[in-house]
Design a protein around this ligand. Sequence first.
Ligand code: NAP
Length: 244
Amino acid sequence: MDKTALITGASRGIGAATAKYLAARGYRICINYHRNEQAAEALVADIKAQFQVPCIAIGADVSEETQVMRLFAEMDELLGPVTHLVNNVGVLFKQMQVTEMDAERINKMLTTNVTSYFLCSREAVKRMASGGAIVNVSSVASRTGSPGEYVDYAASKGAVDVFTRDLSLELAPRGIRVNCVRPGFIYTDIHADAGEPGRVDRISSQIPMLRGGQPEEVASAIAWLLSEDASYVTGSFIDLAGGR
Ligand code: NAP
């Protein structure tokens, strides 16, 4: 069976690393991005040149139901139906106390980091009549919290953890496995978006392994959970956080 993967939020960071990691293992790849078409198209060109697999990029804001429907319809037409889904999209906003957060920020966080996982999983499952696999990208923040910085983000990842457990139980009899990775502090641009580009280095002395992680170290765990090597694994969590 052809393996056809959709990775949401994959124009850079962990999503881009995962797209490359899966392409190297023969998957057909659909890269979803939001705003950075140039980066997504450059990644497509790179993957096609390096790995000779079919690869496309589709722009869609996956927090919006109509855009999710269009994303999956376009993917069906251009690449074929998804067999492996990585719900990777995630945003982090400026550090602040809960007492400073307004509803617009909180709702944006939840629709991007949680609603999108529901919608993309729903559309993927419709296409996985012969089984499939889903990996959700959560965070160790769901365990440790982010007081004074990003409680909205930590709460969104707590929801992803519960979603993973419950969806895995709903789908287990249908041959669809659902698992989760929880990265810690990984070198990507998400930290700059939240106003602190040097955050991983600032925190690294508090990480038991005394360093931040690389996106490829997360991608390899995602690839294992998607693969047949993990054929009896569902509802499971892999923390990639250097011991945190
Ligand atoms: P990143 O470098 O900031 O990349 C985020 C990606 O998401 C970009 O490709 C962006 O696309 C896309 N995106 C943002 N909003 C979108 C939307 N509404 N619809 C579709 N795509 C959207 O992030 P990352 O650090 O790789 O994080 C990936 C995942 O790992 C997230 O779930 C994050 O919470 C989780 N995580 C990261 C860390 C870390 O330390 N980096 C730690 C724990 C968990 P455009 O650029 O095209 O707009």
